[in-house]
Each structure stands twice: as C-alpha cells, then as structure tokens.
Ligand binder design. Structure first.
Ligand code: FAD
Length: 438
C-alpha cells in the first residue's frame, strides 16, 4: 500500500494512555531540546475517547493492595492534581468500605499510604465506621461494614472532557492526531523492529519508536506483533500454571439513576466522595425480595445528571469481537435491580431509586492480562506496549513514565509491570477483594 505519512514516534490509540504518552513525550522532547510534538503522530481507528476511556466511570483512587500499583497510582494522582481544570478532575476523595474479611487488606493499604505520603485515614470496627459515615451522610445505614479507608486524595473525572483536555494539550505541543486511521498490521525489519505501521489510509513509516495503547483491543495487537496467545505463569511459590490465555475479558456493569445530583451531598452540603461499599450483609430490594446473601459490592459517585456507579463485573467466556462501545447500555438486565437495592441499603435517600434507573450508555467490556495487572514493557525492539488490564482511566501518569522510557531513561514505577514477570514468578500479591482490579 502507498505511504500515508511518516513520523519519528507513532502512538497507536487516542485514549488515556496514548494521549498522555504523546503529550508527556512532546513536553520532554522540547524540554531536552531534542525535538517537539511535531515528531509525534497519534493514530486512532475512531476518534479520541472512542474506547474504554470515553465510557469509564472515571473513578480515581489509590485503594490498591499491591505496593507497585499503589506507588504508581500516587504518581498518577499527582498528574490529575497538576491541572484539575484541563482534566475535569474532581478531587472529592474516595471511600472504600468492607466487611471483616477485608480489614487486614485495607489496613495494609492504609499503612502504605502513610509510608508514601498519600493522604488517607482508616476507621476500624463497626461502630467507628458507622460514626464516620453518619457524620458525612446522616442517613447512612449499610450493615456489616467493619473497615473504612477514606482517601482524602483521589475522586473522579469526567471521561470525555478529560480526553478533550489531554487532546488539547497534545495539539498545543504540535502533536498530530489522525482519527479514522485503523492499524491493520506491522512491517518488521531484520532485527524485528517495526519499520512501518500499516493502516487503512496507507503505511506510516516509523522513524524511531512505536507505542501501542489499544485499550481493550490489546489481544488484537498482541497477535499482530506475533506474541503468544497462551503463556505459562510461574507463581512466587514456584508453581507453574501452564498454557494460560494471555488475555481474558470481563463485562463491567455500570449504570446511573436520574436524580437531582445535589440530593447526593454530604451533611454540610459538600461534594460527596466516591463510595465503594462491599459487605456480606443480606441484600434485599425495597420490597423485601432477597437479591443476595453472599458478599456483594457497589461503587457510586455524584455525576452531572444524577448518580453513577457499578458493581462486580461479569466474566465473558471465549473471545470477544470488540468494536467501539455501542451507544446503548452494555450491562446485564439484573444489574439495575442489584445496584439500586444496594444504593438503598447504603442510604435511605436512595429508597425507591430503582424507578429512576436510566438505561444510558454505560458499562462494557474490559480486557485483562493473565494476572489482571498491567503490562507496561517493550514488546519489540522499538515497540512499547501500554496494556493496562483495564485499570487505567485513573492512570493518567503512566504516559509520563513511558515518555521517560522512550527517551532512554528507566522508570522504576513501571518495572514491576514488565511482561517477564510471568516467567520469573515476580507476580503482584492478590487481595481479598472480589474485584479483578483491587
Ligand atoms: C465500563 C468501564 C468503566 C471503567 N471505569 C473505570 C474507572 O472508573 N476508573 C478507572 O481507572 N478505569 C476504569 N475503566 C478502565 C479504563 O477505562 C481503561 O483501563 C482505560 O481507559 C484504557 O485506556 P487506553 O488508552 O489504554 O484505551 P482506550 O481508551 O480504549 O483507547 C484505545 C484506543 O485505541 C483505538 N484503537 C483500537 N484498535 C485500533 C486500531 N486497530 N487502529 C487504530 N486505533 C485503534 C480505539 O479506537 C481507542 O480510541 C473502565 C473501563 C470500562 C470498560
């Protein structure tokens, strides 16, 4: 095919990671006097924010049991806090509440926050948790919650608006963004470096490096690069799980209720923190019908038009034929019953909210690695992969670290996410959370 364009740096994917990488790389090139944004093109088969970034709930938090995730998240929160207006970031904080089985995990997270200087507080025991939550929300009534980690940093951002903020920052640095340019393959040189990116508009010749940031389309790029669909996973204890799929999918369950957003405020009328509630108390609808008597969890935040949030994702069997997220809801019909019952379980102000459930564009598939944690690594001599295992709307700072790697520096925050960990057994610890991303 004919040549479409050429560029020193080619970034594939105009979501959170592609845009953040392009922007931070442009800044670094200029600061070091070795180039500028004019050396970077971003390619996207649709438009900026068409992927997972544009449908994310937008929660930004540092409730991570894994030390490496927690340290990386602290750096990401720093980036969010650096320009809240451009990123449409709301630093309202984040509260994680759990039953007894999560006490030790959340305590460990809190202790690490203290060590790394991330502002949070811990409340332990049912009476203490209840008192703290009631001081914020006088109608708080959730049962079975014995631990509360209240992050004073973190919060949420508006998904598409933050993409626009990042896109504008890229453009202001001279980066070119080519929308509607689908990558269909790669051409390799003798040393396995990529020499050209094949696209629907022709070839893009590569001067130096390629970054792939394809979000849930990771598996497709993995195979275009000739990487193994199945791998062996060596655990820290020396066990080997053989022939595991590298990529799996979960369907994220999210939705919203149409209410006056101001009905969800703190006792003093302030903006409420994002809330994540896990409990093993029986969950019933407002009519008294049992929804579940097993551990359940939800998260929710104040949004522009009401209250938005989600619950545990559902596993997806087999391969997924992904396309841009549909314009309709992507969630299981049972979700609204459970989520509305859970909101009402948490606070009496949400009683009867199931009637206000809105079938909006929300939820959708996320793509996960073999251990559910990101892979940030060189995949070919000049191809760097930003494959976040669906952790990453909040990870706006990863692009800043990747930019340093592209310029030949080490980025210690990214080292624990190298692909090699599956072979060396250097895996991340696993928490007691029912979610694949905690
Ligand atoms: C429903 C849902 C809710 C979520 N909520 C949160 C949350 O609250 N907080 C959080 O931290 N994370 C959340 N996540 C995860 C988060 O959205 C993703 O981890 C993150 O947005 C991924 O960013 P990305 O830049 O890697 O990918 P994306 O945003 O998906 O961007 C990838 C881009 O690549 C483009 N592309 C794909 N294939 C090609 C191709 N062949 N050629 C050219 N371009 C291509 C796509 O069009 C897309 O624009 C959520 C995810 C989902 C699905």
């Amino acid at each position: 095919m004919s040549q479409f364009t050429s560029s020193r740096y080619v970034v594939i994917g105009a979501g959170m990671h592609g845009l953040s990488t392009a922007y931070h790389l442009a800044v670094e090139l200029r600061a070091r006097g070795v180039g500028s944004g004019a050396d970077i093109v971003v390619l996207d088969k649709a438009t900026p924010g068409a992927g997972a970034t544009g449908i994310a709930c937008g929660v930004v938090r540092n409730n991570y049991f894994q030390p490496a995730m927690s340290e990386l998240m602290q750096a990401c929160v720093e980036v969010w806090e650096s320009d809240p207006a451009a990123y449409h970031y709301n630093p309202v904080g984040y509260i994680a509440l759990g039953p007894q089985v999560q006490e030790s995990d959340l305590t460990a997270v809190y202790e690490r926050h203290e060590r790394i200087g991330y502002r949070s507080e811990l409340h332990l025991g049912e009476p203490a948790v209840h008192a703290h939550m009631k001081s914020l929300f006088p109608d708080w009534r959730a049962q079975g919650v014995t631990v509360c980690l209240h992050e004073r940093q973190g919060g949420f951002a508006f998904n598409l608006e933050s993409v626009q903020g990042l896109r504008d920052k890229c453009l202001s640095q001279g980066v070119t963004i080519h929308s509607y340019t689908e990558v269909t393959g790669f051409r390799f040189g003798p040393d396995d470096s990529v020499t050209a990116v094949e696209t629907s508009r022709g070839d893009v010749l590569v001067g130096e490096q390629v970054v792939i940031a394809p979000g849930p389309w990771a598996q497709r790029f993995w195979s275009m690069l000739g990487l193994p669909a199945r791998i062996d996973i060596h655990t820290p204890s020396g066990d080997v799980a053989r022939d595991q799929p590298m990529w799996t999918y979960w369907n994220l369950q999210e939705g919203e209720i149409s209410v006056d957003p101001l009905m969800f405020a703190t006792a003093d009328g302030g903006a409420p923190p994002v809330i994540h509630l896990d409990t093993d108390a029986p969950l019933t609808t407002d009519d008294g019908v049992l929804v579940t008597d097993e551990l359940w969890g939800i998260y929710f935040k104040r949004d522009r038009h009401g209250v938005q949030g989600g619950a545990s994702p559902l596993t997806v069997d087999g391969d997924v034929e992904l396309d841009p997220y549909p314009a309709t809801t992507n969630v299981d019909p049972s979700f609204s019953v459970m989520w509305c019952a859970a909101l009402s379980h948490a606070m009496s102000r949400f009683e009867g909210c199931s009637a206000k459930y809105k079938h909006a564009r929300s939820g959708g598939v996320g793509s996960f690695t073999a251990d559910n944690f990101p892979v940030f690594d060189w995949l070919k001599p000049n191809v760097y992969g930003v494959l976040d295992s669906n952790h990453g709307y909040k990870m706006i700072g990863v692009g800043r670290e990747v930019a340093r790697v592209l310029l030949g520096e080490t980025a210690p925050l990214l080292t624990p996410f190298r692909f090699e960990r599956f072979a060396t057994g250097d895996l991340h610890p696993v928490s007691n959370s029912p979610y694949p991303w905690s």
